[in-house]
Design a binder for this molecule. Structure first.
Ligand code: ASP
Ligand code: MG
Length: 408
C-alpha cells in the first residue's frame, strides 16, 4: 500500500465527463490498495473568467477580494470530483484549503504555504476515504483566504505530498511528460524518463512550462518525487527526483529555448569600481530582473557591459540606460530585442569537459553566431539571433544525440 498525491489540472477537470474520467482513474488506484489524496485546479478557463468579472468592476484588483473570488473555481471542482467518486462507490471527502488548515503568509495573490494540518487528512485516509483538496488556496493567520499565484495547484499538491510523506506526487496534465526539447521545434524530441529537480528548474525557468516553478523548488527542498503524466493516455510520464535516485545519467537532459529576453550594451564606460552597480542599480530599482551579465576586460581605462532583461522591459531599460550613459560619460548604448537564449541543461555535464566546446563547434558549423555565453554547473547558455533559434535547437539536439537519450 502506498500513499500517493495526485494533481489534475484545469483541462483534466474541464467538463463533467472529464471529472468522471478522473474519478475512474482515482478509484482504480484505490482498488489497487493505495491511499489517494487528489488536488484539483479549477475547470479550464474558469480562473480567467473570474478575473475578467473582477476587472469589469475595477481594473485595480483588490488583492484580498481577488483571492476570495478566484479561490471559488477550485471549490467547484473538489465538490464535483468528490460526488463523482462517491457515485461510483469510492468513499471521498472534499476540503477547501482553510478547512484542512493550509496556513499561508498574508501575501494575497501570491501567498506561500507555511504549514498544513496533516493529522486530519491522515485520519480521514485511514478511515478509507479519498481526500479531495482544493488546489491554489490557503488561509492566513487571521482567517483570510489566500491564493498561491497562477498555477499554484501544483504547489498545493507538492505540499500535501511533503507533509503526508507520500511516496510520490503525480501531476496529471495534457502532456505526457517532460521532453528533451520543444517537440513543435524538433519532432524527434523524446520524453525523458527521469531528470533531477535542478534540471527541471532550469528547463522550466527557461521556457518549458509544464510545472509551476515554485512547486519544483518545493519538491526539491522536501525531496518529494514528482511525476508528470498525461491524464488522457496511460504511460510512465517523467519522474523528477533527486540525483542519487537516478542510476544512469546522460550528460545532457535537454535543450531549453527562451524567447523572452532582450539584450542591452553600454560601451566605453570607465573601468573602475562601482560601475556595474551604477549600471544595474537603476534597472533593479525600476523592478526589472536581469538575467545574463557580461563585462569585458577593460582597455584604455574603459570597458563594455552587456546584460539581458525581459523583452517587455526592453524600451524602459533602454531609456534608463541612455540616462546612465550620459551620467557615466559612456561612448554608446546599443540593444537588440531580436535574440533568443538557448541552453543545454544536464547535471552530467559537471564531470564532462568538452561539452561547451562541442556546442560551440556545432553552432559554428551552421554559421550561427554566438553573441553572449554564460555557464553554470549544470547549464551552458548562449544568446543568438532569433532567426536561428529553431535551427540551433535542431542542430544541438542532433549533435548531442538526444533523440536516443535512453535515461535510466
Ligand atoms: N486555477 C488556478 C490558475 O488557473 C490555479 C491552477 O490551476 O493551478 O492559475
Ligand atoms: Mg497548471
Amino acid at each position: 500500500m502506498a500513499l500517493i498525491v495526485q494533481k489534475y489540472g484545469g483541462t483534466s477537470v474541464g467538463t463533467v465527463e472529464r471529472i468522471q474520467h478522473v474519478a475512474a482513474k482515482v478509484a482504480k488506484e484505490v482498488a489497487a490498495g493505495n491511499q489517494i489524496v487528489v488536488t484539483v485546479s479549477a475547470m479550464s478557463g474558469q480562473t480567467n473568467k473570474l478575473i475578467e468579472l473582477a476587472t469589469e468592476i475595477d481594473e485595480d484588483l483588490l488583492p484580498r477580494e481577488y483571492d476570495v473570488l478566484v479561490s471559488t473555481g477550485e471549490q467547484v471542482t473538489i465538490a464535483l470530483l468528490s460526488m463523482a467518486l462517491n457515485k461510483i462507490g469510492c468513499k471521498a471527502k472534499s476540503y477547501t484549503g482553510s478547512q484542512i488548515a493550509i496556513k499561508t503568509d498574508s501575501f494575497f495573490t501570491k501567498a506561500r504555504i507555511k504549514s498544513i494540518d496533516a493529522d486530519r487528512v491522515q485520519a480521514d485516509l485511514d478511515d478509507g476515504n479519498v481526500i479531495v483538496v482544493a488546489g491554489f488556496q490557503g488561509v492566513d493567520d487571521n482567517g483570510n483566504i489566500t491564493t498561491l499565484g497562477r498555477g499554484g495547484s501544483d504547489t498545493t499538491a507538492v505540499a500535501m505530498a511533503a507533509v503526508l510523506k507520500a511516496q510520490e506526487c503525480q501531476i496529471f496534465t495534457d502532456v505526457d511528460g517532460v521532453y528533451t526539447t520543444d517537440p513543435r521545434i524538433e519532432p524527434r524530441a523524446r520524453r525523458l524518463e527521469q531528470l533531477t529537480f535542478e534540471e527541471m528548474l532550469e528547463m522550466a525557468s527557461l521556457g518549458s512550462k509544464v510545472l509551476q516553478i515554485r512547486a519544483v523548488e518545493f519538491a526539491g527542498k522536501y525531496s518529494v518525487p514528482l511525476r508528470v503524466l498525461s491524464s488522457f493516455e496511460d504511460g510512465p510520464g517523467t519522474l523528477i527526483t533527486y540525483e542519487d535516485n537516478i542510476m544512469e545519467r546522460p550528460k545532457i537532459a535537454g535543450i531549453a529555448l527562451n524567447k523572452d529576453e532582450a539584450k542591452l550594451t553600454i560601451l566605453g564606460v570607465p573601468d573602475k569600481p562601482g560601475v556595474a552597480h551604477h549600471i544595474l542599480g537603476p534597472i533593479s530599482e525600476a523592478n526589472m530582473e536581469v538575467d545574463m551579465i557580461v563585462q569585458n576586460t577593460g582597455e584604455d581605462g574603459t570597458t563594455d557591459f552587456t546584460f539581458t532583461i525581459h523583452k517587455n522591459d526592453y524600451n524602459k531599460a533602454l531609456d534608463i540606460l541612455l540616462k546612465t550613459s550620459e551620467r557615466l560619460g559612456a561612448r554608446k548604448v546599443s540593444g537588440d530585442d531580436r535574440i533568443v537564449k538557448l541552453s543545454l541543461v544536464g547535471v552530467g555535464m559537471r564531470s564532462h569537459a568538452g561539452i561547451a566546446n562541442k556546442m560551440f563547434a556545432s553552432l559554428a558549423e551552421e554559421k550561427i553566431n554566438i553573441r553572449m555565453i554564460s555557464t553554470s554547473e549544470i547549464k551552458i547558455s548562449v544568446v543568438i539571433n532569433e532567426r536561428y533559434a529553431e535551427l540551433a535547437v535542431r542542430t544541438l539536439h542532433e549533435a548531442f544525440e538526444l533523440e536516443n537519450s535512453t535515461v535510466a
